[in-house]
Design a protein around this ligand. Structure first.
Ligand SMILES: [Zn+2]
Ligand SMILES: [Zn+2]
Length: 229
């Protein structure tokens, strides 16, 4: 589903757990959080995503880079498969690598099988990320927003007035902090940091529905701060 000129939204609509995916079609085509391959209900999460993307004209061959907001399997398991099958590079915050490995072992203990993990080809950190070169250059801004996990990233697309928040901020809620490496106090600082970004019309969280409209986004941050911190 196309949201803005360059931003596409693939909300998860199934029964079991999976994340929302996003695609940015600028100077480079970036897929954000491809999610699970299959989830706990054996739903075909990745097949479903690829089908929806194809409906918008995006085949895996057109993707230049995958960015995972963090390393939990419901956000990055499919990145491992796409990386192997289509040789797409995968980027993540540098602080997330050891956490991703630890959480894969943690989920193996809980669910019995170990989720696939991508190799990190490109380590990200807070700051501007330039895509393309010369006059045709896009700039996106990465924010390190730990608390749900140590290397969680949020991604600001200034031209699209969109903010992808992963599992830091949701519609009327926040990400859980009870996994290993989580911290409520740290998440509070991350939420505060994100709430200061101006001119956001599209708050695009990793789960549940988005928040649409500048005023609604402002109110959502106010509500969350009052409720949780
Ligand atoms: Zn998560
Ligand atoms: Zn998640």
């Amino acid at each position: 589903m196309q949201l803005t000129e360059k931003m596409y939204y693939y909300p998860w609509r199934g029964m079991g757990n999976n994340c929302n995916a996003f695609l940015y079609a600028g100077e480079k085509t970036i897929l954000i959080d491809p999610g699970h391959v299959h989830n706990e209900y054996r739903e075909n999460c990745l097949d479903n995503l690829l089908l929806e993307m194809e409906g918008d004209g995006f085949t895996p061959e057109k993707i230049d880079l995958i960015i995972c907001t963090h390393g939990h399997p419901d956000h990055c398991e499919a990145a491992a498969l796409l990386q192997d099958k289509y040789k797409i590079r995968v980027a993540m915050h540098k602080d997330e690598e050891s956490h991703m490995k630890m959480m894969a072992a943690f989920f193996q203990q809980m669910a019995g099988s170990k989720p696939a993990q991508p190799r990190i080809d490109l380590y990200l950190q807070e700051g501007e990320l330039e895509l393309g070169s010369g006059e045709k250059k896009d700039t996106i801004v990465l924010y390190h927003t730990p608390g749900h996990s140590p290397g969680s990233l949020s991604i600001h697309f200034p031209e699209e007035r969109a903010l992808v928040t992963g599992d830091a901020v949701f519609h009327s809620s926040i990400g859980r902090t009870d996994f290993p490496g989580g911290s409520m106090a740290t998440l509070g600082k991350s939420v505060d940091k994100l709430s200061r970004i101006e001119d956001i019309d599209w708050l695009l969280p990793g789960h549940m529905q988005m928040v649409k409209g500048e005023e609604a986004v402002r109110r959502n941050f106010m509500l969350i701060k009052r409720m949780f911190f």
